[in-house]
Design a protein. Sequence first.
Length: 410
Amino acid sequence: MRRWKEPLTPLRHRQFRYQYAGFSISVTGNMLSLVALTVGLLEVTGSGAAAGVALGASTIPLVGFLLIGGVWADRLPRQLIMAAMDLVRGLVQFGLGAMVLTGQVNLPLLIVLQVLFGTAQAFHLPAASGLTAFTVPKEELRRANALMSVTRSLSGIAGPVVAGGLAATVGAGWALLLDGVTFLVSGLLAARIKAPAARRRAGGDLLRELADGFRLVTRTPWIWTSVTGFMCTQVAIAVFMIVGPVLALRAEGGALGWALVIAALGVGDVLGDLVLLLGYRPRHPLLVARLAELLLVPALVLVAVGAPAAVQVVMIAVAGAGMTAADSLWITTMQQHVPEDSLSKVSSYDWLSSQALRPVGYALGAAVAATGAVTAALLMMAALVALPRLLSLTFPSVRRLRALEPALAN
């Protein structure tokens, strides 16, 4: 019986319980709003243009302010930054919900609200990534990160379903208001967390701290090779999401086959989290992470060459498990090995690598789909995923970096 309780051991710590509860509530609400915002704006305006403007208006400040958000998260109490940004995000969702419910979508106001949301995200994400190192002991970070990751994966499955149900019954506006409530609750829980204050550097200013963070990232091979790999993967996944359906519609499975592929990706995410949550503890976490990330390469190749649908589904699930497990291992490694007063700055580069090039990937995918060279494009994306991982593995610091906990497996 005790073995089944081990995955929940991080919840023994009160500060992490506050963090985990707030995270679970807000991430579920976020998954609601992903569907509710687009559906609500489409219902009111009759066009997808408003949704496109809204998503773009939030993405630009998110990318623009992430590095600054990382600096401030290392200066101020991270939990208070999270609470303040949750308040901003909650108020934004209330405003969006009100517009959708009244049927009065004011485009300039919509853009302002989404800019505020994206800016709040830019400050919240680095703070949240750096907080876990202070709410659980270092030897429990792996399980804590896996627990939050599996919650995110499950929310990604359940949230859109709930949002669709709300939109079809009471209306998408109410789903947005519910998301606003989740942010307020999350903020209240974050404010209850007691974590050590950030260490202040004498004479430090914003530009100097930005430069310090950049030097730390670029002079540490296991960090910069990881970040580079994440950027390449984001481009590859974005292209895959655009050209994948094109290939699927040419095959026998058609739209159903593509739906199964996407579902398999979600199932793989959960499986990858469970592997770490249930006790897998690699001695060399980044070595395992790089090898797990390479599982995406054969998955992309199989989709590109039109392998049988069942084979594609299985391999996509395996690739999803590898990417998700690798992500948890990477986050834990950062929290264990990056100095505490630089943790959020490094995390901001991590988040930037996951956000900045995604629009480029979507644009590239759209261009490829227009030309019809989708098979060649996916094969090139497979190479784009593989090359930075193979480069990363040439560095001893990547292969030999050890986890700061007893290890049972290699």
